[in-house]
Structures are given as C-alpha cells and as structure tokens.
Ligand binder design. Structure first.
Ligand SMILES: Nc1ccn([C@@H]2O[C@H](COP(=O)(O)OP(=O)(O)OP(=O)(O)O)[C@@H](O)[C@H]2O)c(=O)n1
Ligand SMILES: O=P(O)(O)OC[C@@H](O)[C@@H](O)[C@@H](O)CO
Length: 447
C-alpha cells in the first residue's frame, strides 16, 4: 500500500456547498464530522471517516481496451472526477483506491497530474469484493506496514460513480454510525424477473416493493471488516452486494437511503456519453464577459452581455471587474471583448491570468476572443491578417487545457443590424461553451 503523492494530504479544492437537503441535522452532522462547530464543542467526538474505492475492474461491458475507470471524459480519466468528488469532502480523511498492479503507475500519474491529495493505493483483487477487502485491510491496524489509522466509519464507493455529492455521503455515514451499515438506493427502472431453467419466466418481483442498490455505502469499520474476514470464497468470488455481507455475517440490517438519479454507475459506453454531457452542462453555468473596465454602460460589450443573459436561461453572466475573484469562483467560460483593437491585447492578458491560476487543470476553460468590426467601413485585408494570429495563440494555450476561439461580430451603424449580429454572436458563444469542441480551437467564427 502506498500513499500518493508521498506526504500528500488535504483536499485538492474547497469542499462544495451541501446541496438540497441541507437541513439543520445535516449541517450539524457535517460540522461534527469535520471536527468543528457545536457538535465538537459539546464534546462529541468526530468519527474518523475513510473511503475505499474499488477501481480494479477491466470494464468488459464498456467494450473498449481501456478499463472504464481510466476512460477519458473531456480528456481527463473518469476516476479523477470521482476522486475530486470525494476529496473535496473535508471530513473524509483517507481515500484508499484499489487498482491492478499493471495500472498502479497510471494511477500515480493521474493523482500527480490532477493534484489529488491524501490518496493511498492498494493492489486490487480478481473480483470487486476482493478489491474492497484489500482496501479495508489497508485501513485495518492489524496488518503489517499499515500506515493509515483505522476509521470508525468507512465509505465504500465505486470509482466509476463520479457524481456523488456530500449530502448523500453525509447521510450514509450518519446512518452507518447508528445502524452499523447504510447504502444508497434508487427506484427500479425495469421489473426484476426470475427465469426458469428452461429459459421461461418463473416469476417476477413487484417492482414497487424493490429497489436498486447503488453506491455510496457506509459501514462501521469493524462490522464490514469482520464480514469480509468471515466471507466465504463463493461470496468473495460471485457476490456484488456489500450490504448483504454485513447482514449475512454480522446480522446488521443496513439503513437504506434514497439517493439522487446521478448516483448511477458508468458501465456501458452510453454512460460515458451521459457523464460527459452532465459534466459539460455543470461547467457551462457561468460566463464572464471581460472588457476594458473604463468602458461606459453603452459599451457594446455590455450589450453583448445583456444579449447573452437573454439567450442563455439559467446561466449566470457576469462582467469581469474582479477577474481573480471570478477565477476563484471556478468560472470556466470567458468572453473577452476587444473593440477595434485587433492585437488581442485584452485576450492575451486574460490568457496569462488563466494559465497562472491553474484553473484549467480539472476542466477545459473556454475563452472566446470577440472582435467587433464594421467591416464595411474598415479595410478588411490588414485586419484579417491580424485576426489570423488566433490560430497560433490557440495552439499554444491548448497545452494548458484552454480552448480559445475567435468571434468576429459585425458592428454596423444600423441599430437593427447590430441587434441581429449581437443575437447571432450570443448564439455562437452559447454553442462553443456548451460543446467545448477542441477541434474548433483557433477558428474565427463570424456573426
Ligand atoms: N476485480 C474488480 C472488479 C471491479 N472492480 C471495481 O468495482 C467497480 C464496479 O464494478 P463494475 O462496474 O462491474 O466494473 P468492471 O468489473 O470493470 O465492469 P465489467 O463487469 O463490465 O467488466 C468498478 O469501479 C471496478 O473498477 C474492482 O475494483 N475490482
Ligand atoms: O458492476 P458490478 O456488478 O461488478 O457491481 C457493482 C454493483 O453491484 C454495486 O456497485 C451496487 O449494486 C451496490 O452494491
């Protein structure tokens, strides 16, 4: 078992807000688990919580050579999104990932490149249960060269379930403390049937009375560790349900927690497309319009900003007065307005800030360099020559995961024509942000 990177600790980025079911009880649990707030002051000890991520599968159902946990989404391996989701939960102290020996180096590179913190690696087993057991052994203090402290509660979560939020983790851990085990469940989409030996229907289960077992699950460490130690080889080889092991070997009836639709497991190729679509949607929720601060309210950049607000419902459009703050808020989309200047001065300043911020390590950042030009009254030749620089700029910044596009917006004297080109410009901007197509970088689109 290795901690990677050596000495690494603490989450890679600030923990997210608890979403939805914030409630006073969840807030209290969160403060207790993080060792802060009233719970801790009242002398309640914050239970140590660790997580085990089985990531040693081959992903046969995905139908590609690369094990699905390493398949890229927006050029980043799927497992990195799951690690990010867990490490930003401040009260999860250790994350143990079980990978095959042959994927150990690849996993270390992923941890290094995406700056994941507090990750320990163990060798996976030939089945999911054996991989989980190996992860638990790394946390148990009765093992040789064990460097991790035994947690009170352990979360078990598939590495191929990237959309896990703090609130459901909090609920399963809180329930596991009380019941000994807890797991997320979802309504069944299809009815479960039992076939007879001759391949005909023997019976079906009443769908409304059954649920799909999902992840995350959480256990008092001693419960699940004891269950795995007593586990039969048959269960280790063919079992798929940790909650069942706690019931069978420790007589613990797990508390079942209703989970959100996003808890699903990436299994087939269609799931990768769905995951990419969800991630693209999530990082497209905020756009920052960057323009020269001294420009007055009539500045055409403000008109473009207003048009974007009208065209893009549910998208927060801000004008970037304090760019550093906007970057800190993890905005991944920037529209840089250059009026009449063609040397990309504003755009270059923005690109330099973005490259220094490391914002694009986890997600591709879209920058759209907008030029307003009344090309009926300005000589086009020289202007176009300048604008073509964008191709070289784009190639350079792509190396740091910044997708740079050009947009030339017709800037006529006629008000109605200007309104139309602004609307067309907003539509093009929305499409570039939504699609994040790296094949279009350096292109100059015209509205
Ligand atoms: N020997 C194994 C098998 C699976 N897993 C992990 O358990 C999780 C859920 O299992 P599953 O979806 O079945 O993954 P695979 O076994 O890779 O998929 P398949 O059955 O299609 O081969 C995945 O993160 C997978 O990497 C594991 O750690 N060790
Ligand atoms: O994909 P597999 O069949 O290997 O196992 C994964 C799932 O069974 C498991 O994650 C949930 O059903 C909860 O136990």
């Amino acid at each position: 078992m290795e901690s990677w990177p050596p000495g690494g600790s603490g989450p890679a980025e600030a923990g997210p807000r608890l979403r939805g079911l914030r409630g006073a009880d969840l807030a209290a649990s969160a403060s207790l688990l993080s060792g802060a707030g009233a719970g801790a002051e009242a002398g309640c000890s914050a239970p140590a919580v660790a997580a085990v991520l089985p990531a040693g599968g081959s992903g046969e159902r995905m139908g590609v050579p690369t094990p699905k946990q390493f398949c890229p989404i927006l050029e980043r391996p799927l497992i990195s999104y799951t690690l990010q989701a867990l490490e930003r939960v401040s009260w999860i102290k250790d994350i143990v990932v079980a990978v095959t020996g042959e994927n150990m180096e690849a996993m270390k590179c992923i941890i290094q490149r995406y700056q994941h913190k507090g990750i320990s690696l163990v060798e996976s087993g030939v089945t999911r249960h054996r991989s989980i057991f190996n992860g638990l052994k790394a946390l148990a203090e009765d093992q040789p060269n064990c460097r991790l402290s035994k947690p009170e509660v352990v979360i078990i979560h598939d590495a191929v379930r990237p959309f896990v939020e703090e609130d459901v983790l909090l609920k399963v851990v809180t329930a596991a403390k009380e019941h000994g085990a807890a797991g997320a469940i979802r309504p069944l989409v299809s009815t479960v049937i039992s076939p007879s030996v001759d391949g005909c229907l023997d019976h079906s289960l009443e769908r409304a009375r059954h649920r799909a077992s999902e992840m995350p699950q959480a256990f008092l460490f001693d419960v699940i560790y004891e269950a795995y130690q007593q586990c039969s080889d048959y269960d280790l080889e063919f079992g798929t349900e940790c909650l069942h092991l706690a019931l069978k070997y420790c007589h613990i009836k797990a508390k079942l927690i209703e989970g959100s639709p996003d808890l699903w497991k990436v299994t087939y190729k269609r799931d990768l497309y769905a995951a990419e679509s969800i991630i693209k949607e999530r990082i497209s929720q905020q756009i920052c319009v960057v323009m020269d601060a001294k420009e007055d309210e009539e500045h055409v950049g403000h008109r473009l900003e207003e048009m974007l607000k009208n065209e893009l419902n549910h998208v927060k459009v801000t004008s970037g007065r304090d760019l550093q703050q906007i970057i800190l808020e993890q905005c991944y989309n920037f529209v840089c307005v250059n009026v009449m200047t063609s040397d990309f001065e504003e755009t270059q300043k923005l690109l330099n800030m973005l490259e220094e911020s490391n914002l694009s390590i986890l997600y591709p950042v879209v920058v759209i360099s907008v030029q307003f030009l009344d090309y009926e009254s300005v000589p086009f030749g020289q202007k176009m020559e300048n604008l073509m620089q964008i191709r070289e700029f784009a190639k350079e910044v792509k190396k740091t995961n910044i997708l740079l596009y050009g947009l030339l917006v017709y800037y006529p004297q006629d008000e109605q024509k200007l309104q139309e080109s602004l609307r067309q410009g907003a539509t093009i901007i929305a499409a570039l942000i939504k699609e994040r197509n790296s094949g279009l970088i350096g292109q100059l689109l015209v509205a």
